[in-house]
Write a protein that binds this ligand. Structure first.
Ligand code: SF4
Length: 426
């Protein structure tokens, strides 16, 4: 039986709230997974867990209800189809995300996301960092997700076969949301890996354990941070262009896209197999986990999206009626303060037709895994409060989006009843 150590987090393993059960996170660069790989995730979840798969806002898949004795076998099964969980938790470079999967420029950013993930995954120089280090690659700034990464890259141009990206640094959400700042515009793709290495090295050398890059920036200021990075020999290094064929899955901009809205990002293994089979028969043999915890497909040019969606419905795939990003909360997460899924069911029944057009997000604790500060309406379970009867009940903070990069905190410490009354008016 493997012995779990604190380093197990580097293998993407978290203990669940329920003693004796574990969650295994699987990193997917830009959220892309082949149909064969998805069937393996489904088979592993069914064989070793309870068939439960959670889709995250960072485009990962999480397999829940695993036993410690099976973790090695789980890792082997995933490795057989090229899936990795190394660095999916703990102080490492996490899965490289992308929320622009439907954009024309997605094939370019998927190549970079896959390259970055391959470079940093399992690289001992960039494990055991003070805390997590998140990278995201986007085609544009519309979703504002470039602002919540330790390094956020936004595609800016393409000249003579070389792609250029604007590099934002030191962003993050959690208890102290801070938008990233533009560190350098128009960085050639051949400089991106060494420049991120320089930033990560500065972070590791100057930050205490448990602190993110945003805290270092706050402590030393932008000028000193830039100076420290500039002193690293990699900061100006340029790698030779990568030659040969790209091995990423997506080679063409999407002509047609189908998004299957998965309620609370919760899938069972049977449904994941149905979706994977659908990807083989109607689409191009791959699926994407979106930043809204949904599954998206790029369709064959000849496919009819209405027919494709109807077939999924006939196969028993139920879609959510509202875009409501939801973390597991107290269902499985040790940090959870509220039963997020139950709260969402209650709120969904109260939301008006107009409100259903908005994006919603709820986090079970202030860690903000569902990025509530980027939703039109964001809810953060902020505390547990003991009542006169001795029972501890959750309180909720409410955010609304506006002109600022992140949503504004409009109300604090609402009871569930108060939250329901606010939502009923939306
Ligand atoms: S937001 Fe909190 S409760 Fe929800 S998954 Fe993240 S850590 Fe767990």
């Amino acid at each position: 039986m493997p012995q779990l150590t604190p380093l197990s987090r580097l293998d993407g393993i978290y203990p669940q709230r329920q003693a004796g059960f574990f969650m295994q996170r699987v990193k997917l660069a830009a959220g892309v997974i082949s149909a064969d790989q998805a069937r393996t995730v489904a088979a592993v979840a069914a064989r070793f867990g309870q068939g439960a798969i959670h889709l995250t806002t960072r485009g990962s898949m999480e397999i829940h209800w695993l036993h410690e004795a099976d973790l090695l076998a789980v890792k082997r099964e995933l490795a057989k189809v090229g899936l990795t969980s190394r660095g999916a938790c703990g102080g490492a470079v996490r899965g490289v995300t992308c929320a622009s999967q439907g954009a024309a420029g997605f094939p370019v950013v998927e190549v970079l996301a896959a390259r970055l993930q391959k470079h940093f995954t399992g690289n001992p120089r960039f494990e055991r960092l003070p805390k997590k280090f998140k990278i995201g690659v986007e085609t544009d700034t519309l979703g504002r997700r470039h602002l919540i990464q330790d390094v956020g890259l936004v595609y800016s141009s393409h000249t003579e076969g070389v792609a250029y990206f604007d590099l934002y640094a030191a962003g993050g959400l959690g208890r102290e949301p801070q938008p990233g700042f533009l560190f350098e515009a128009g960085v050639s793709e051949n400089r991106i890996i060494p420049l991120i290495e320089a930033i990560a090295r500065v972070y590791a050398a100057h930050s205490p354990a448990g602190k993110r890059l945003k805290h270092l920036l706050r402590d030393v200021g932008e000028e000193q941070f830039r100076r420290l990075v500039a002193q690293d020999p990699s900061a100006t290094e340029e790698l030779s262009a990568q030659e040969g064929l790209n091995s990423n899955l997506i080679h063409q901009p999407p002509t047609q896209r189908l998004v299957v809205r998965i309620p609370a990002g919760e899938l069972n293994s049977r449904h994941l197999i149905t979706l994977a089979d659908h990807a083989d028969s109607w689409q191009l043999g791959f699926l994407m986990v979106t930043a809204d915890q949904d599954i998206a497909f790029h369709l064959h040019e000849s496919s009819d999206p209405v027919e494709a969606a109807a077939e999924l419905e006939a196969a028993g795939i139920q879609q959510a009626t509202i875009n409501f990003r939801t973390c597991p909360g107290t269902a499985t997460c040790k940090a959870g303060l509220s039963a997020t899924r139950e709260v969402v069911s209650q709120l969904t029944a109260l939301i008006s037709a107009q409100g259903k057009l908005l994006t919603w997000a709820i986090s079970g604790c202030p860690n903000s895994c569902t990025q509530p500060q980027l939703a039109d309406v964001g809810i953060v379970s902020s505390a547990l409060v003991k009542g006169e009867d001795g029972e501890r009940t959750p309180r909720f903070d409410l955010y609304r989006s506006g002109d600022a990069p992140f949503g504004t905190l409009v109300e604090r410490a609402l009871t569930l009843d108060e939250l329901c009354s606010r939502v009923a008016g939306m």
